[in-house]
Design a protein around this ligand. Structure first.
Ligand code: B16
Ligand code: MG
Length: 213
């Protein structure tokens, strides 16, 4: 199968920022006295900041005002951005540079399709920015995955038809979004592969090189 463009999810595919999201959300949950653990954190994969907080608030028995919610989101992000300064090579997916360079050398256009508003900072921090022709992220969308908007916009930025694009995802919400966008998908990680929703299953990112030959 030849794809003209590949759209990469960021957290869980190219890098691992979930532990930093966990620490930042844990601070907010502890302050409010809400139970929060790795299992709840897992449900936040690929989900926007506001929707993530809605999931955390499912086990909160009080009502927060809109202003209080906004303040929690601001504080969570402030802490998360501080933590991003600690992001290093150990948080990068194995084979990321090699894979991106090989795909570019094949003439395939590359984009990021992430729910995160911090995607440009993360890409810069990890030295990934130069590999991408376009970035579609939480800053240019109104609806987050499983809505297809983030991937539809990425294909538009690449000037490609959706059917010529492949989405690489670790989250079920992202695989549904790819299907809704009329794009093939490649799953990475146990949950995404096990869902059976993807067109292809990857063991590691480098498997994309053979898939796209
Ligand atoms: P931010 P992805 C997602 O990234 C994360 O998986 C999710 O946990 C986070 O809530 C979301 O970005 C929004 O992030 O608060 O930085 O805007 O997997 O879509 O790359
Ligand atoms: Mg992800």
């Amino acid at each position: 199968m030849t794809y003209q463009g590949i759209i990469f999810d960021l957290d869980g595919v190219l890098c691992y920022t979930d532990r930093l999201h966990y620490l930042a959300w844990k601070g907010i949950a502890d302050e409010l006295g809400i139970f929060f653990d790795e299992t709840v954190n897992h449900r936040l994969r690929g989900v926007s900041r506001r929707e993530s907080f809605n999931i955390i608030l499912e086990s909160y028995d009080k009502e927060l005002t809109e202003a209080e919610i906004e303040e929690c989101l601001r504080k969570k992000n402030e802490h998360y951005v501080q933590l991003l300064a600690t992001l290093g090579d150990e948080d990068l997916a194995e084979g990321a540079f090699e894979t991106l360079a090989a795909l570019r050398a094949m003439g395939i256009k590359l984009a990021v399709g992430s729910s995160s508003r911090n995607a440009p900072t993360i890409l810069r921090r990890l030295g990934l920015t130069p590999y991408f022709d376009a970035v579609s992220d939480g800053n240019n969308i109104t609806k987050s995955k499983p809505d297809p908007e983030v991937f539809v916009m990425a294909a538009e930025f690449l000037d490609l038809q959706p059917a010529r694009c492949l989405v690489v995802e670790d989250a079920v919400a992202g695989l549904i979004a790819a299907r809704e966008a009329n794009m093939d998908s490649a799953a990475i990680g146990d949950e995404a592969v096990g869902s059976g929703l993807a067109t292809h299953a990857l063991g590691t990112l480098t498997d994309l090189i053979d898939l796209c030959k």
